[in-house]
Design a protein around this ligand. Structure first.
Ligand SMILES: [Fe+2]
Length: 444
């Protein structure tokens, strides 16, 4: 399989890394410059870190991996590693730490980046697994971009005047036919062994037999979700799993997070702007339990992670799996709503050029999609470069989300990319699409 950068010469690879590092840093800077000092150090929700913690943590991870490990250089600061170790301090405790001030943080991340650019220019990108194809740089690029999405979620939780602005996503270019797509039974290749910056949990590529299934062309929209609410969906235990119902009762769920009741209608708070719902936009900010209940109410189910990836990557004409639904080329603005270019999901039908060979649309970007699967290792999994990246999270505590959101960067949501979170999470940019088993007459 070819990839778009697996065969780059070293100089082109260095240029690519530099461009990606600059792109993620521009976003970290924009997300932190958008608010004042008080907003940077404040905890906007118990679920989140102060923005200034995220920013210094981004710099600290970059220092640990690229300055010290890859570069073998002297530390920029060796006194703050513990404070910015996510495993040492849960998010709720982070505001109480003696954190670097916003000014110290900006200076620190800049000092680290200056050293990293020197390491990038002088380190051979071969001979050691950590640096082959600039993997460690790619890992740090993706780490910063993942924190950029978390920081965007912090902005969504922040009170006060809106500070983030972006143009609307493209509108659907033509009539939109929402429909189901039958995916016949057969094998497909899941995961990857060749994608240079794929993380350990996406590896290795493996053939897998998948039974026939039916999947929706588009994610569930606000219009569909309103029907679920109007039919009393939140009050009917029959649609909810036992854990989901317990969580519903305990927390008094009534609607997706950030929906606001206004008389007899629902509005939505979108980064501080309260606005009418856009009916054909994918629903966002629902937890796994809500997605699962909606699916039961609709007489369907969530897709498994395997079904999701087959719908996204499998090309029946060739039998091979693509990097992305549209092919092997990196995402462009014509393919998917990514990278915080638009601060909301795009209406269904907006990205016909992003469809998969099976005709499934808007799989990448817009909203992360809950699947029914727990987080498990692929056969042949090897932890790399450290167990804390994925392995410590394996098990039934987490549910898998696939595809990336409008807040995620292209570099961190290829077709094989796996995200995981607790089934109660709603502050993330999460939605879902439906699947079902085909009837006997459909597969004849
Ligand atoms: Fe992190």
């Amino acid at each position: 399989m070819t990839t778009s950068f697996g065969e780059l010469d070293t100089e082109s690879l260095r240029d690519r890394v530099a461009g990606q590092l600059a792109r993620s840093r521009a976003r970290s800077t924009a997300l932190t410059d958008a608010v004042d000092e008080n907003d940077l150090v404040k905890q906007h929700s118990k679920l989140m870190s102060p923005l200034v913690w995220d920013f210094a943590h981004i710099g600290n991870q970059e220092e640990l991996w690229l300055v010290r490990d890859v570069g073998g250089r002297e530390p920029v600061r060796d006194d703050i590693d513990n404070m910015y170790d996510a495993f040492q301090h849960p998010r709720s405790d982070r505001p109480a730490l003696p954190l670097l001030s916003p000014a110290e943080t900006r200076s620190y991340v800049q000092q680290v980046r200056t050293k990293v650019m020197d390491v990038l220019a002088s380190t051979p990108l071969e001979g050691r697994k950590l640096v082959e194809n600039a993997f460690a740089f790619g890992m740090i690029v993706q780490h910063e971009q993942q924190h950029n999405e978390t920081m965007l979620a912090t902005h969504q939780l922040r009170d006060g005047e809106p500070v983030l602005h972006a143009p609307m996503p493209p509108a659907p270019p033509g009539p939109v036919l929402d429909k189901e797509i039958l995916v016949p039974a057969g094998p497909f290749t899941m995961g990857t062994s060749v994608e240079p910056w794929a993380l350990d949990n996406e590896r290795p590529a493996h053939r897998i037999e998948v039974g026939a299934f039916v999947i929706d062309k588009y994610p569930v929209t606000n219009a569909g979700y309103l029907e679920f609410i109007a039919s009393g969906g939140y009050d009917r235990p029959q649609w909810w799993s036992e854990e989901g119902w317990a969580y519903n009762r305990k927390t008094g769920l009534r609607a997706p997070r950030f929906w606001v009741r206004d008389g007899d209608r629902w509005l939505r708070d979108c980064f501080g702007v309260v606005e009418p719902l856009v009916l054909d936009e994918p629903v966002v900010h629902v937890c796994f339990y809500e997605a699962e209940a909606y699916a039961a109410w609709a007489g369907k189910r969530l897709p498994t992670e395997i079904e999701w990836e087959k719908a996204a990557r499998h090309d029946p004409a060739t039998g091979r799996s693509r990097r992305y639904p549209w092919g092997d080329e990196d995402p462009g603005p014509e393919h998917a709503n990514l990278g915080q270019a638009h601060l909301r999901p795009a209406r269904i039908g907006a990205y016909p050029r992003g469809e998969s060979p099976l005709g499934v649309a808007q799989l990448i970007g817009d909203v992360w999609e809950w699947t029914s699967s727990d987080f498990h290792a692929y056969p042949g999994f090897v932890a790399f470069p450290y167990q804390e990246y994925s392995e410590v999270f394996f098990g039934a505590d987490y549910k898998m989300l696939r595809g990336g959101s409008f807040g995620a960067d292209a570099a961190a949501c290829r077709g094989t990319f796996r995200n995981w979170d607790y089934p109660i999470r709603r502050q993330i940019f999460s939605g879902f699409r439906l699947a079902r088993d085909p009837g006997p007459e459909e597969t004849r």
